[in-house]
Unconditional design. Structure first.
Length: 149
């Protein structure tokens, strides 16, 4: 009959540990580094998961807001149609019907032209990503220098 040392003080554990910690209470540097790396890895995973959850919530809220804005745009379009009809009916009291409709159409044409010009100006004067372009050029110079070595 053989006896085992399981559970005996000083016997190596079956967990794969290298052995008991040193008697001075300090953990080996390898164990400390591994513990830190594992902790950082866990922290990064948790931060990424939190960012993913928060981004999803933010997207959902913004999507709901965008839907409401779209609905408001449709309602505003109906309101604009009725304002145009009212203006045309009012002009119809003092001018022929065709003239009233033509005047309202001309007003819409002028508003459209103004919006097109303003939009074109905004597109032409949009800022360019100068810092990003400069950083990409700098990265390319650095990479060429590294390859030249």
């Amino acid at each position: 009959m053989s006896q085992t040392n399981e559970g005996a003080p000083g016997a190596p554990e079956a967990t794969g540990a290298a052995g008991p910690p040193p008697s001075d209470g300090k953990r080996p540097i390898g164990v400390v580094v591994t513990s830190i790396v594992d902790g950082v890895r866990t922290l990064i995973r948790q931060q990424i998961e939190l960012a993913r959850i928060e981004a999803g919530e933010a997207v959902a809220v913004r999507a709901k807001g965008a839907g409401m804005m779209g609905a408001a745009g449709v309602v505003a379009l109906f309101a604009l149609v009725f304002v145009a009809l009212s203006g045309s009916a009012a002009l119809d009291l003092v001018t022929p019907t065709w003239t009233a409709h033509l005047i309202v159409a001309a007003v819409f044409g002028l508003v459209t032209a103004g919006l097109v010009l303003a939009g074109r100006r905004a597109i032409r004067t949009a800022p360019t990503p100068e810092r990003t372009q400069e950083q990409l050029k700098e990265d390319a110079r650095w990479a060429k220098q590294q390859l030249a070595r």
